[in-house]
Structure formats: structure tokens, C-alpha cells
Design a protein around this ligand. Structure first.
Ligand SMILES: Nc1ncnc2c1ncn2[C@@H]1O[C@H](COP(=O)(O)OP(=O)(O)O)[C@@H](O)[C@H]1O
Ligand SMILES: NC(=O)OP(=O)(O)O
Length: 309
């Protein structure tokens, strides 16, 4: 039977601006096409923090100049980021597959992810987004009820909540496409965060960690492997200390120990570890691989990367 994998693409796989993205996805598509050639069933998810910040700025700041342009909440900006990224990514993968003589439909599913309105994250927004602002602009944001944080020497930035993903709304559509052997891009940017109010889904002002959503997706489609492609070949412990060292192949128990010891940042490596551990613990035989796009092939063969099993 074909191995089923979820690939979570980080910042490096996408770039930020449109010209950067157009170039980056060509490179990314080669890695994904390589997986397809090797016979993997692939579902893809991706980062969106730089893009959603850019879209949010565009939507909300042009309103000051053009009065007909109404502001868009974060959830709508998340939806736009899925389209903005998915469009280029799906076409780049489709093209790369065709170059290799493989015809396969690649679709982006606009995906909503339910979050808990009482999630602790809503009380303490910590996920940094968007451009740097001046002190005056930051004060304006605060008056609107938004949260900002100062990065010393650089300026102020918006911070939003990063609640846990609870349920993927469009999971049946995603499963149907995967079961049909098609490639799916889903839960982009962690999914559009929504709160369930009876039959209604209401957008939440938040951005879900894409690694946690990738883990949830991997669990829901019963994947065999969770592959998190970031900008480093291996995760490190004791970062920026004389004892810094790379993590190779480890057990879930070791991964948990490193998490408990506080080796990882709340919004970079910790979600990758949390997603991996939760995914692996649910079924025997699963693997999580954290490595760079360039090292994917070697990582799959167990030759490099941080591997948790
Ligand atoms: N413990 C760590 N080991 C390796 N890299 C780390 C660690 N902590 C932070 N980083 C940094 O985190 C970055 C990747 O995080 P991030 O950019 O948030 O992920 P993503 O690739 O998913 O977008 C790397 O570029 C690396 O410099
Ligand atoms: N949604 C999300 O986690 O995006 P980043 O990976 O860009 O932070």
C-alpha cells in the first residue's frame, strides 16, 4: 500500500512577496513531485504568517486612503492567504509533475479549522505578524482593541492569538481527494480559524500554528508520516550556547524530555515537536521528520534530519 504523508511547508518554501513566492514554489514543487514519483500519497499544508500580515496591512491600511475599501478581519485575511499561496503552489506542483510525465490533479481546499473560544491563547496573544509600526501607529492599533508588542530597536508589531486546532471542517472533502489519489493543499496557514456557534461558523481573530494543524490533518487522514520542512536540516538543543547540538533520530520520550526542558521557541520549534509527538503517539509505526526542503530525500531514507519515532 502507498505510504501517506502530510508535508508542512515553512517560510523558506514559499518566500513572502509575490515574486519571491513564484520562484520559491518552483523549488518546493520539485521536492513534492519527488515524493509523488516515489509513490507517496501527499497532502500539503503551509505557513502563512508573513503573507497574512501583508494581506492584513493591504486590506486595512488602504481603507485609510480609499474609503470604499472596507477593512478585513484576520480570518478573512487567512482565507485570502490560502488562495494567494495555494494558487501558485498548486500550479507549480502541477507543472513539475507534468514535466516528469505525471498527470495528477492538485487542488487547494479552502479549509476552516474550529478553535475553542475559551482557548487560553485568546487571553494572551503571542504570535507576531505584519510590518513594523511606529509608536504612534501602535497606539492606534491598541485603541482598536488589537495587541502589539515592541521589538527593541525595530519598532512595534501586531500580535494575535494562536489557539489550538480542534477540528478540520472540510476534512471529508480532503479525505475524498486523498483517497482518489489526488494531491491536496489544505489547512494552509493552520486553517482559517473559526468558532462554532450552532450551525454558524464565525471567523476568529487568530492564526493557528500550521505545524499543529498539519499534525491534526495527518491524524485525520491517518497518515504514516508527518514531514515538516523548515529552514534547518536538524533541530538543535541548547541553541546559542557552547553545548548546542543537533538532534538526530530520537524516541517520543526523548522528544518530550527536550520539550519539557524548554529547548524550543513557542512559535518555531515547539509546535513542530508538539505536532510530531501527538501524531506519533496516536498509532504505532508512525514517524515524524523535521528537516529542510533540500534534505528531504536523505531525511526520508533516515540519513539526516530530526526524526522522531
Ligand atoms: N532549537 C532550534 N533548532 C533549530 N532551529 C531553530 C531552533 N529554534 C529556532 N530555530 C530557528 O527557527 C527557524 C524555523 O522556524 P520558523 O521559521 O518559525 O519555521 P518554518 O520553517 O516552519 O516557517 C529556523 O530558521 C531556525 O533558525
Ligand atoms: N500559520 C502559521 O503558523 O504560519 P507561520 O508558520 O508562517 O508562522
Amino acid at each position: 500500500m502507498k505510504k501517506r504523508v502530510v508535508v508542512a511547508l515553512g517560510h523558506r518554501a514559499l518566500g513572502t512577496t509575490l515574486p519571491e513566492q513564484k520562484e520559491a514554489v518552483k523549488h518546493t514543487a520539485k521536492a513534492i513531485a519527488g515524493l509523488v514519483e516515489e509513490g507517496y500519497q501527499v497532502a500539503i499544508t503551509h505557513s502563512n504568517a508573513p503573507q497574512v500580515g501583508m494581506i492584513h496591512t493591504a486590506m486595512n491600511e488602504f481603507g485609510k486612503v480609499h474609503q470604499d475599501y472596507t477593512p478585513a478581519p484576520m480570518s478573512v485575511c487567512s482565507a485570502m492567504s490560502q488562495g494567494y499561496i495555494g494558487y501558485d503552489l498548486q500550479n507549480a506542483i502541477r507543472e513539475e509533475l507534468l514535466n516528469r510525465g505525471i498527470y495528477r490533479t492538485v487542488s487547494t481546499i479552502l479549509t476552516q479549522v474550529i478553535v475553542d473560544p475559551y482557548d487560553e491563547a485568546f487571553y494572551t496573544p503571542t504570535k507576531v505578524l505584519g510590518r513594523y509600526m511606529t509608536k504612534e501607529e501602535a497606539e492606534e492599533e491598541k485603541k482598536k482593541g488589537n495587541y502589539v508588542v515592541e521589538e527593541p530597536g525595530k519598532g512595534f508589531r501586531r500580535v494575535v492569538s494562536a489557539p489550538n486546532p480542534v477540528k478540520i471542517v472540510e476534512i471529508d472533502a480532503i479525505k475524498t481527494l486523498i483517497d482518489a489519489g489526488q494531491l491536496v493543499i489544505a489547512c494552509g496557514g493552520g486553517g482559517i480559524p473559526v468558532m462554532q456557534l450552532d450551525h454558524r461558523l464565525k471567523g476568529a481573530s487568530a492564526v493557528i500554528e500550521k505545524d499543529l494543524a498539519a499534525g491534526k490533518l495527518a491524524e485525520e487522514i491517518d497518515a504514516d508520516e508527518l514531514i515538516i520542512l523548515t529552514s534547518v536540516e536538524k533541530v538543535r538543543i541548547n541553541l546559542d550556547t557552547p553545548n548546542e547540538s543537533e538532534i538526530g533520530c530520537i524516541s517520543v520520550a526523548e522528544a518530550k524530555q527536550y520539550m519539557a526542558e524548554g529547548h524550543f521557541g513557542k512559535h518555531n520549534m515547539l509546535p513542530k515537536f508538539r505536532a510530531s509527538v501527538e501524531f506519533i503517539e496516536k498509532r504505532e509505526g508512525r514517524i515524524a521528520l523535521i528537516t529542510s526542503l533540500e534534505k528531504l530525500k536523505d531525511g526520508l531514507r533516515g540519513r539526516t534530519g530530526t526524526i522522531i519515532k
